[in-house]
Design a protein around this ligand. Structure first.
Ligand code: ZN
Length: 310
């Protein structure tokens, strides 16, 4: 049987970050403003190291380049997914991502970004920005020029367990008091529309209004994200999303789950509780990759996991 690949997170200090990643997952975070833990990443800005086993000390990008058989011999220059835990102590800037076509043409052949969020925890009366209220690009431009952000932005209340799919061209922002897991295409191309006039190191952060106007879809259309739950005796399976770039599901386990791994690879992120994966102890915050050909994984305990594959 092939080895499970376990990875060390890469932490990112952010002006808007906090300490919840430590409180929630007992991570050893680098400071009081830790915004992100990149838990499954081969991105050059945060390439995770393999914790143990035959490939211990190598990075995920190295493994992708040198042992493609572990990923079902998928094609592609880069490992396709990026998984992060995000702690927003204050609001993130309002942003939008391009699709593959726009990023390819305007960002040196880079990839666009589709992402999704599963809310792990949030303060009472928290909300999130997904979409906007402008009917046309002209109206959108006017609202932005005039700084009418409250009219422009579409705000939605959130609760733990909510799920959002964010296709390219969707105006979005995570807001204060939110802890979530994000699964996305492996890309860092972001166009910032608005940063609440904040300063970072004495200066406002760069905005990218022209590119954002190019890529924002207008009018906004809310996708139908209706998670489907399948109840079994020892676990519930919740189907969250399947799109061109990833399929994401959640399992709430109270006993034993035999998880079939017949994908090129399967990312397993423990979001709550603790248990065992084929005899290996895991707890909230542990992220593993089950390689190609792994077969069935026996997951036992009282825990919730999010799985992702391409
Ligand atoms: Zn984003």
């Amino acid at each position: 049987m092939r080895e499970i690949i376990s990875l060390e997170p890469v932490f990112k200090e952010m002006v808007w970050g906090g300490k919840k990643l430590q409180e929630y997952f007992q991570y050893e975070i680098p400071g009081d403003h830790t915004g992100e833990a990149w838990v499954v990443s081969a991105h050059p800005q945060g390439d995770c190291r393999i914790e143990e086993g035959s490939f211990s000390g190598h990075t995920l990008s190295w493994l992708w380049d040198n042992h493609r058989e572990l990923f079902g011999n998928l094609e592609g220059k880069e490992f396709p997914l990026l998984v992060k835990f995000i702690d927003a102590k204050t609001d993130l800037s309002i942003q939008v991502h391009p699709d593959d076509a726009y990023a390819g043409a305007h960002e040196n052949g880079a990839r666009g970004k589709t992402e999704c969020w599963y809310i792990l925890d949030c303060e009472e009366n928290s909300d999130i920005i997904v979409g906007h209220h402008a009917k046309t690009k002209e109206e959108m431009k006017r609202m932005i020029d005039e700084g009418r952000w409250e009219d422009f932005l579409r705000v939605e209340p959130i609760h733990p367990g909510d799920f959002f799919q964010i296709p390219p061209g969707t105006v979005h922002a995570i807001r204060k008091g939110t802890l979530l897991i994000e699964i996305q295409q492996n890309s860092a191309i972001t166009y910032r529309l608005y940063d609440y006039g904040r300063l970072s190191g004495g200066k406002p952060r760069q905005l990218h209004i022209r590119q954002a106007l190019d890529v924002v879809l207008c009018p906004f259309e809310k996708g139908e994200a209706l998670p489907k739950v399948y109840r079994e005796e020892e676990y519930d399976r919740t189907f969250l999303v399947a799109c061109q770039f990833y399929t994401v599901e959640k399992y709430d386990i109270r006993g034993t789950l035999l998880l079939r791994q017949d994908q090129p690879f399967l990312v397993v992120s423990v979001i709550a509780g603790e248990g065992m994966v084929d005899g290996r102890p895991v707890k909230a915050g542990c992220c593993l990759i089950l390689p190609s050909g792994y077969g069935k994984a026996r997951i036992e305990g009282q825990l919730s996991i999010i799985t992702a594959h391409v």
